[in-house]
Design a protein around this ligand. Structure first.
Ligand code: SF4
Length: 368
């Protein structure tokens, strides 16, 4: 299959690995900032194929996982309070436990909560249910935002009055900066997300190289993409460079998708945002501009702030910051599994704990 098989070839992977092994044994820590990279790395056994001097850690790259407990509790409380509303959300958000309940549990109790596959699905529900208010509960990084913005523009154009959004979008570069500023990690470089960068452009990471001397390589999601991206990072580190490189040139450019950026700018403005495990990061979120206030669910329905309390003992915050690996959480694989998740990192397909459980569980079992 064009654009997939070429990036899964065993012999090519072996050659890149040989090159990586041929670079000096300097100890380095590299963070993959995207949940899809975490999955690729786990699924294809990349972490275990690398020389022992390279430590790969996973970052806050899953949009479901970084949604704060307060924001989940806020929607759950709203569901309990309101009748005649329909909450439309993406599948993974359903099972993420809030402090007392999840949206899935609210649905089981009779609340009208529906899974949609795109923001337009929520608008369709609104048009088919004119007697009810429909709220799109939307999470996502820069990749998802253009579709939400386009949906809001379409709702305005069609004059739809019973549709609004609780948009909890997050921006990737400020989170990378917050991790470096925290001083909790000793990071040498980043494997940057292909999809997010397709929108924002690789130039969005320039400040990381300039201010923090942290090299960044934007990589795709097939195993050869990730491996080659790691090779480029190792080469930069060996040569003492800190540059922004694009491995994923078939999708990503330096400037990004200008059309998508314009749609985002038309509808959203930058604000502070609360990240699970990290807390408030300045200028790391997006909110609707004043002229779209009618589509802003939070103001329209006076949604109260939820309590920001996570399950006691859950280590998702530390996993999201790359301070521990999932197997170091006492719940991993015992009280917390994909069937009985205690935290969002085990719920979401892109969650680090889910990736470790699915592809590396037996490995951890034997070393217990
Ligand atoms: S194993 Fe479960 S409880 Fe522990 S960090 Fe992961 S998701 Fe949270």
């Amino acid at each position: 299959m064009k654009y997939i098989d070429e990036f899964r070839q065993r012999d090519a992977a072996r050659k890149i690995l040989e090159k990586i092994h041929g670079i000096s044994g300097k100890k380095v820590t590299i963070m993959e900032i995207c949940g899809t990279h975490t999955h690729t790395i786990a699924k294809y056994g990349i972490r275990n194929s690398l020389p022992s001097n390279i430590r790969l850690i996973s970052g806050p790259g899953c949009p479901v996982c970084v949604t704060s407990a307060a924001d989940i509790n806020k929607v759950v409380e709203f569901c309990k309070r309101e009748k005649d509303v329909i909450i439309a959300t993406f599948g993974d958000m359903m099972r993420v436990p809030g402090t007392e309940s999840s949206l899935q549990e609210q649905k089981a109790m009779g609340k009208d909560i529906r899974v949609v596959y795109s923001p337009l699905g929520a608008l369709d529900i609104a048009m088919a249910n004119s007697g009810k208010q429909v709220i799109l509960y939307a999470v996502g990084f820069e990749t998802t935002v253009p579709t939400v913005a386009a949906t809001i523009l379409l709702a305005r154009e069609k004059g739809i009055k019973n549709f609004s959004a609780l948009a909890l979008h997050k921006l990737t570069p400020p989170a990378m900066m917050a991790l470096l500023d925290s001083g909790e990690l000793d990071l040498d470089g980043f494997l940057c997300p292909g999809h997010v960068t397709a929108i924002i452009g690789a130039k969005a990471y320039q400040f990381l190289a300039k201010k923090y001397h942290a090299p960044c390589v934007v990589a795709g999601f097939e195993p050869l993409d990730a491996l080659y991206g790691l090779y480029l990072l190792m080469k930069q580190l060996e040569e003492g460079k800190a540059e922004i490189e694009i491995q994923y040139k078939r999708v990503v450019t330096w400037d990004g998708n200008i059309k998508a950026q314009r749609i985002i700018e038309k509808v959203f403005e930058i604000c502070d945002s609360n990240w699970r495990g990290i807390g408030k990061i300045p200028l790391s979120g997006l909110r609707l501009k004043e002229e779209f206030a009618h589509f802003e669910a939070e103001k329209r329905f006076s949604l109260a702030n939820g309590i920001d309390e996570e399950l006691q003992g859950c280590a998702c915050g530390k996993v999201l910051k790359g301070i521990i690996t999932p197997d170091q959480c006492p719940f991993f694989g015992s009280t917390c599994t994909p069937e009985t998740p205690a935290g969002p990192c085990m719920v979401s397909f892109e969650g680090t704990c889910a990736a470790y459980y699915k592809y590396g569980y037996s490995q951890y079992k034997t070393t217990d």
